[in-house]
Design a binder for this molecule. Structure first.
Ligand code: DX5
Ligand code: ZN
Length: 230
């Protein structure tokens, strides 16, 4: 089965003062998931939102809330995010070397999808055990910028990581995050990414629905022509 394209606008680029209406707008524009960047001001030099905001937003949307935790102690956030109504929980492997099994177990026990992210400087081999485990992660997020801020430039060098993962795990959900838009989707999709996060390229566009559909077409086009998807 082909890994489904999942287009996830990053709400970090939305108007946080109007989060509910921004979320509705993204749904109307054809988004599959909403990407929620949770930063603690410690793991990354930026502070954003936490479980209380997810809980508030959950009252206004039934969409999949794809939470990307850029925090030093991800385990501390699992229970609160379950209660808040989060749908997916992505932790960074750099801060989970010692407890990723417990993290995955608790994320899944709470009814969320579990995913692992890696920063640009982290070798891809580090996440193999998490995908090959008896209780595996559901998705790997390959960061294509240094985590912390929207609007940065896509790092094409990261595509070797995506390609390595795709060849090894043909059915895995592989997400890319950072600098994705109509001008970079081709590289990401050809390397094998199927879950696409995009913040500034969607919210900064004249036609956000058009950008979301370009991203989806990029993934579908690459899947149709690449042998490892067949
Ligand atoms: C960066 C965040 C991203 C960010 C992407 O640390 O993880 O989700 O919002 O923004 P763009 O698409 O503008 O690079
Ligand atoms: Zn993110």
């Amino acid at each position: 089965m082909l890994p489904q394209p999942k287009i996830a606008p990053s709400m970090l680029s939305s108007d946080f003062a109007n989060l509910a209406s921004e979320a509705k707008f993204m749904e109307q524009c054809g988004a599959d998931w909403l990407h929620m960047d949770i930063m603690d001001g410690h793991y990354v030099p930026n502070l954003t939102i936490g479980a209380p905001v997810i809980k508030s937003l959950r009252k206004h949307t039934s969409m999949f809330l794809d939470c990307h935790l850029m925090v030093t102690n991800p385990l501390d956030y699992v229970d609160e995010l379950v209660k808040a109504g989060a749908s997916g929980f992505t932790f960074h492997v750099e801060v989970a070397q010692d407890n990723w099994r417990e993290l995955v177990r608790r994320i899944k026990a709470g009814g969320m999808r579990a995913a692992v992210a890696l920063k640009p400087g982290t070798p891809v081999e580090v996440v193999f055990p998490l995908v090959e485990s008896a209780e595996p992660v559901d998705m790997v997020l390959v960061m294509t910028v240094e985590p912390g801020f929207g609007g940065q430039k896509f790092m094409p060098d990261m595509m070797t990581k995506v390609n390595t993962l795709r060849k090894k795990f043909p059915h895995l959900d592989i997400q890319v995050d950072g600098g994705l838009g109509p001008s970079t989707i081709q590289q990401a999709a050809t390397a094998g990414a199927n879950c696409i996060v995009a913040g500034s390229s969607v919210f900064g566009a004249q036609d956000p629905a058009g950008v979301i559909s370009d991203l989806r077409n990029g993934v579908e086009g690459a899947q149709a022509s690449l042998s490892f998807f067949k």
